[in-house]
Design a protein around this ligand. Structure first.
Ligand code: GLC
Length: 516
């Protein structure tokens, strides 16, 4: 390509729209929400000239979504098929409410019959909502319809998880040049399985393709087949997902995509997660001066009713109390860990059978086990900053955020070697003097305890080896703007090139237009 005086290369800006069921701070049950928000914002910061800004993020307007007064920037109505509840037919009117978000445009799909409900986003105490297919079909249709109505249809639809999957069969909308699709799989465990009797909720685009003997439709699987490109949130998990052990029944479909399926490691929002400015902490601190970390530890221990001057190791853990996250492994190892002198601070909620034994320990040993059974943002920050080690024994973990936050807050992670955890934590036991945390190979109580013991030995010895471990962890650059957001921009270009029928080897150089 010619470069020289008087010649510059302009990239044609792409119009990208996200479709997602969660976005922090409006709607969150897990890491999906953090990533949607942080990636959209990071793209806004690094993509000038590459993307049309601000990018659009579509989100259902659930009952709990609160729009601050004065942040509403527009509204529009579209008519889309469906909306009559399970199996409903006919057209329904949907309002799209635009909100100025931090670095992107939030577009709430407002359809009270679908989203203004008691319970969670996906179900209530009795289980999943029976009309989830209809709800998310309507969400996707409304997003596409408003983009179309505005006369500036997107170049790339960026779909997140199964909730956005119905869009893969609606993208045409009678257009000659349908948008390219990048599907990001955050959690391969949730497929949006739609039994045959419910497929009608998705409309004729989906019923027409249903095989005569098919028991139903795996929405995530269909999106994997039909998106131009598919990624998951770490290279490590992208490799694991190709195996029957981790593929959750979708490994064959992922293998069939060849190099159109790959991993892009999630970043971390380093403005949101910064111990030097975190307003919740008892004292701020940085890599250059960690003095404040002692005050954070004392504050955390006092808040949970532990002896704040006891120097013994305190391990924190945060997340959904489910088997994916390995809480049962902690519960099994906990008695031995307590006998070894550990104290545990666990935050999260989940089904009674999993929480039961931890709850019992917390009641019996309130001086050594704290169980915080709620999602408390401020308390989470105090745990990241004040614990001595941070545990993530996940059985599988497409990426994980907690370990990145813990590293940045100078709290070495203790993790199972899986997916994004393996990609982000270097094992100090394997690479003495070069590690950032502690990694165990087998997701068992024995493995977990072994890693905790390795951690404890180093923690208790303290001194320069310990301090250097913290230095290395705090120095890792997970900023979205450094690697991850640029990798997504490249993926958008590649998806467009594929859609345009160009043969695009991996990785594809950006499509550039030369202007005199
Ligand atoms: C899901 C995955 C988690 C990932 C997050 C954001 O919650 O389980 O590993 O970090 O999505 O991509």
């Amino acid at each position: 390509m010619q470069r020289g005086p008087g010649v510059y290369h302009a990239v044609v800006p792409m119009r990208v729209a996200f479709l997602a069921a969660e976005c922090e701070p409006w709607a969150k049950t897990g890491g999906l929400a953090d990533v949607v928000d942080a990636l959209a914002r990071a793209l806004g910061e690094v993509a000038a000239g590459e993307l049309e800004l601000p990018i659009d993020v579509f989100l259902p307007r659930y009952r709990s979504v609160v729009v601050p007064v004065g942040s509403l920037t527009g509204e529009r109505f579209v008519e889309v098929p469906g909306g009559g509840g399970a199996g409903g037919t006919g057209m329904t009117r949907v309002r799209i409410v635009d909100v100025a978000a931090d670095g992107y445009r939030l577009r709430l799909v407002d359809h009270p019959a679908s989203f203004d409900r008691e319970g969670g986003y996906y179900g209530d105490a009795t289980g999943d909502f029976p009309d989830n297919a209809a709800r998310f079909a309507l969400f996707c249709r409304a997003a596409l319809a408003v983009l179309e109505a505005e006369g500036r249809p997107p170049d790339v639809l960026h779909l997140h998880d199964w909730h956005a999957a119905p869009a893969v069969r609606y993208r045409e909308l009678g257009r000659a040049a349908p948008p390219a699709i990048l599907l990001t799989v955050h959690n391969l465990a949730y497929h949006g399985w739609t039994p045959r009797a419910a497929v009608g909720q998705l409309g004729p685009e989906w019923t027409a393709g249903l095989g005569r003997r098919a028991a139903g439709i795996d929405l995530l699987g269909e999106a994997i087949d039909r998106a131009d490109l598919v990624n998951t949130v770490s290279p490590g998990f992208a490799r694991e997902a190709l195996t029957p052990e981790f593929g959750m029944g979708l490994d064959a479909r992922l293998r069939a995509r060849g190099d159109a399926f790959f991993g892009i490691l999630n970043g971390l929002d380093t403005d949101l997660w910064d111990p030097a400015t975190d307003p919740v902490l008892a004292a701020t601190f940085s890599a250059a001066d960690r003095t404040g970390k002692r005050a954070c530890r004392a504050d955390l221990l006092a808040r949970v009713g532990f002896d704040p001057v006891d120097e013994g190791p305190v391990v924190g853990m945060i997340g959904r109390l489910d088997p994916q996250k390995g809480f049962d492994l902690l519960a099994e190892a906990a008695p031995a860990l307590l006998a070894d002198g550990f104290r545990l601070i666990v935050q999260g909620s989940g089904p009674a059978e999993l929480v039961g034994s931890l709850r019992g320990l917390a009641v019996d040993r309130p001086d050594r086990v704290a169980l915080i059974e709620r999602f408390d943002r401020d308390m989470a920050r105090r745990i990241y900053a004040g614990a001595d080690g941070f545990l993530m024994p996940s059985r599988f973990e497409p990426c994980g955020t907690g370990q990145m936050v813990a590293l940045r807050y100078g709290t070495p992670p203790i993790v199972h070697a899986t997916g994004g955890l393996r990609d982000t934590v270097r094992d100090e036991h394997d690479q003495p003097g070069d590690g950032t945390g502690f990694v165990f190979r087998h997701p068992t109580a024995v493995g977990l305890r072994w890693a905790c013991e390795t951690f404890r030995t180093m923690f208790e010895a303290g001194g320069s080896a310990w301090e250097s471990l913290l230095d290395r962890g705090m120095a890792v650059d997970f900023d979205w703007r450094t690697h991850s957001a640029p990798a997504y921009i490249e993926a958008y270009r590649r998806a467009m090139a594929l859609r345009a029928g160009a043969s695009a080897p991996s990785p594809t150089p950006p499509v550039r237009r030369t202007r005199p």
